[in-house]
Design a binder for this molecule. Structure first.
Ligand SMILES: Nc1ncnc2c1ncn2[C@@H]1O[C@H](COP(=O)(O)OP(=O)(O)OP(=O)(O)O)[C@@H](O)[C@H]1O
Length: 251
């Protein structure tokens, strides 16, 4: 296994290429099917220093945004619509580069994104979806099935493992995609508005799952408007206060 290199995203630097579902430049060869441990990677650390970002031709979304976070943190990104929550996820994922300041990421850089609108293959089962990143990473199919069942159980979906995607509810789809993202064993998990499309009961289930995931060692950033999601998080970065001055980071 080869270690991940740390990276700086500096102002003016081209965003690096990165696969959306947690494939990094290191080789991950140790798949045992045990869903409960992170192997061979140091916990990710993120340090944003005096970060500014503006989309081309637009006013800055934030300037002077500074925060630190590391594996095990469950961080809510809050702020009104248009304050730049999804944009900050893209900066953290390396798909955008800061306009000024630095975003330093070291340790386990593997990243996975769960987007706001769940997508899946209608006829494929939940189990198939979670197996995919495991098989793609070289795991044998039978081992992948065992591991995928563990990830599904982590998000309380073992009972729908054999159900096709088209028959899953909105909340089940979100949780299944969280399980699939976790199956790629990211150091950092980026989640965009996980409860936006959900009714109260499904949103509560997703919050409970997110709260448990925070204890697994990955660094999780969640862009959200939902106070229930914020309550499930251990830290909050409020972008309301960085349009444009300084971020308020509370524990
Ligand atoms: N590619 C782009 N080019 C120019 N402007 C963009 C681009 N992407 C987003 N924006 C603008 O940047 C601002 C921040 O968008 P972003 O999606 O990050 O906000 P948000 O806080 O996640 O919003 P919401 O809560 O509504 O999802 C918005 O005004 C949006 O229109």
């Amino acid at each position: 296994m080869r270690g991940c290199r740390g990276s700086h995203h500096r102002a003016g630097q081209r965003p690096r290429e990165r696969a959306r579902h947690g494939v990094c430049r290191c080789r991950e060869t140790d798949y045992s099917g045990n869903a409960s441990r992170l192997r061979g990677h140091q916990r990710v650390r993120v340090a944003a220093t005096e970060l500014s970002f503006a989309h081309s031709g637009a006013a800055p979304l934030y300037s002077g945004l500074s925060f630190r976070a590391e594996g095990g943190d469950l961080v809510a990104l809050t702020g009104p619509s248009g304050s730049g929550k999804s944009t900050l996820l893209s900066l953290l994922g390396g798909w955008l580069a800061p306009t000024a300041g630095t975003l330093e990421i070291s340790g386990d850089e593997r990243v996975a994104l769960v987007s706001q609108n769940p997508h899946g293959v209608p006829g494929r089962t939940a189990l198939d979806h979670v197996c995919l990143p495991l098989v793609a990473a070289g795991m044998r199919r039978d081992e992948a099935v065992t591991a995928a069942r563990e990830y599904l159980s982590l998000v309380r979906l073992e009972h729908v493992a054999e159900r096709p995607y088209r028959m899953l509810s909105g909340g089940e789809r979100q949780r299944m995609l969280l399980a699939r993202a976790l199956a790629s064993r990211p150091g950092m998990l980026l989640v965009d508005e996980p409860t936006a499309q959900l009714d109260a009961a499904s949103a509560r289930e997703v919050c409970e799952v997110l709260s448990n995931l925070g204890q697994r060692g990955a660094l999780i950033f969640i862009a959200t408007h939902d106070h229930r999601v914020v309550d499930a998080c251990s830290r909050v970065i409020d972008l309301l206060t960085v349009v444009p001055p300084a971020a308020e980071v509370s524990s």
